[in-house]
Design a protein around this ligand. Structure first.
Ligand code: TRP
Length: 371
């Protein structure tokens, strides 16, 4: 029987520490889901095996970042008492499922995946795509279906992965037996949060561009970064009219500033609209808006930083959390693997009928040859 439970699964590749872009794009959403408790099971996976698909020559990087991501998770308030945090490579059923699912997907279908296409370009892989990397949407389908997850909170760029997973589920259920659950993606609700630009104005905050504000950054680092943010390059003097479009300070304020923040820190404005109008007219300096933004970001990061400092003092405990989580994840994924193998009829030793059938077949043969 397929369960009708509400099961949430999501994860991150441990290729670096998590930044504000991750926070608004997915982490905040996860935290809300966790605390709403409107689910039966929730899994958050550190996708080290996926990270290795394009870091085969650098396992050390992945190894070092598992603990960083775990600390980031715990520091934002993900709670191992409520949810299961685990490491992908420690759940072997996921690789087994990937192998069987890959029979259901064509090469041309994988080639059409826009996210993978884009990533291949970014990595200059065009002529030398590792098979594992090319395959990772299939492995991601395994991650999701292994837990019978029906809800997958992700960023926009992951939608093609969820679609691929849905197709695999439909093929599997049609060809073998109706055992897998079709997942649904849920995206962050604030449309400005879909992608937070870098502090340099680049459309994407990313480690390789060095333009991120990290959850683990010190107060001084955050201050330095915010105060050096790119704004409107033509807004040279305070009295110059300024542009709020493509101005990351305003994009961040869209995401983070509430009317309450205005009442508290900039009471001369009711809301962001008024601030924008003043900026566009001229007479509002970048330092004022940056200080305001800094205050708001610090209100978010300060408690995260404190919680991180606490967990940093108990690393052994953090590894235990991951170990216990991985154990739980194995139990769940193995159940699904059993169902999958049964549906595919590759469960030979559990299949008493098969054995009986073959006993009969060869008994018959024996009889026939005696007649
Ligand atoms: N591809 C995701 C990322 O890069 C990580 C991931 C791996 C994932 N498996 C997943 C996300 C399953 C959601 C569900 O961030």
């Amino acid at each position: 029987m397929k369960s009708s439970k509400k099961i949430i699964l999501t994860g991150d590749r441990p290729t670096g520490r998590l930044h504000l872009g991750h926070f608004v794009g997915s982490l905040r959403n996860r935290l809300e889901l966790q605390n709403k408790k409107d689910y039966d099971e929730m899994y958050v996976m550190i996708a080290d095996a996926q990270a290795l698909t394009d870091n085969a020559d650098n396992p050390e990087k992945i190894r070092e970042n598992i603990i960083e991501v775990a600390l980031d998770y715990l520091s934002i308030g993900l709670d191992p008492e409520k949810i299961t945090i685990f490491i992908q490579s420690q759940v072997p059923a996921l690789t087994e499922l990937t192998f069987y699912y890959s029979n259901l997907v064509t090469v041309s279908r994988l080639q059409r995946n826009p996210t993978v296409k884009n990533e291949i370009k970014l990595r200059n892989f065009e002529a030398n795509i590792p098979v594992g990397f090319f395959n990772y949407p299939i492995s991601q389908a395994a991650d999701i279906t292994a837990f019978q997850a029906n809800i997958v909170p992700v960023g926009e760029d992951q939608l093609p992965m969820i679609e691929q997973a849905r197709e695999i589920v439909r093929s599997f259920n049609r060809i073998y037996k109706d055992v897998l659950i079709e997942p649904k993606a849920i995206l962050p609700t604030n449309k400005n949060a879909l992608r937070l630009p870098g502090i340099d104005g680049n459309a994407k905050m990313s480690k390789s561009l060095g333009n991120g504000i990290y959850l683990a950054d010190t107060k001084e680092e955050v201050k330095r970064k915010v105060m050096s943010m790119y704004t409107d390059p033509n807004h040279v003097h305070v009295e110059d009219p300024g542009n709020v479009e493509n101005n990351p300070v305003f994009t961040y304020l869209e995401v983070f500033a509430s009317d309450k923040d205005f009442r508290k820190y900039l009471p001369q404005y009711q809301n962001l609209e008024e601030l924008k109008i003043h900026y566009q007219k001229g007479g509002l300096g970048d330092v004022t808006i940056k200080k305001f933004l800094l205050q708001i970001i610090e209100n978010i990061l300060e408690p995260i930083r404190l919680r991180r400092a606490m967990y940093e003092q108990q690393i052994e405990n953090v590894y235990d959390i991951l170990k216990i989580g991985s154990k739980k994840a194995n139990i769940r994924a193995n159940e699904t693997l059993r169902l999958v193998k049964e549906a595919m009829a590759i469960n030979y030793f559990e299949d008493e009928d098969l054995i009986q059938k073959h006993i009969k077949k060869y008994n018959q043969k024996e009889k026939d040859s005696n007649e």
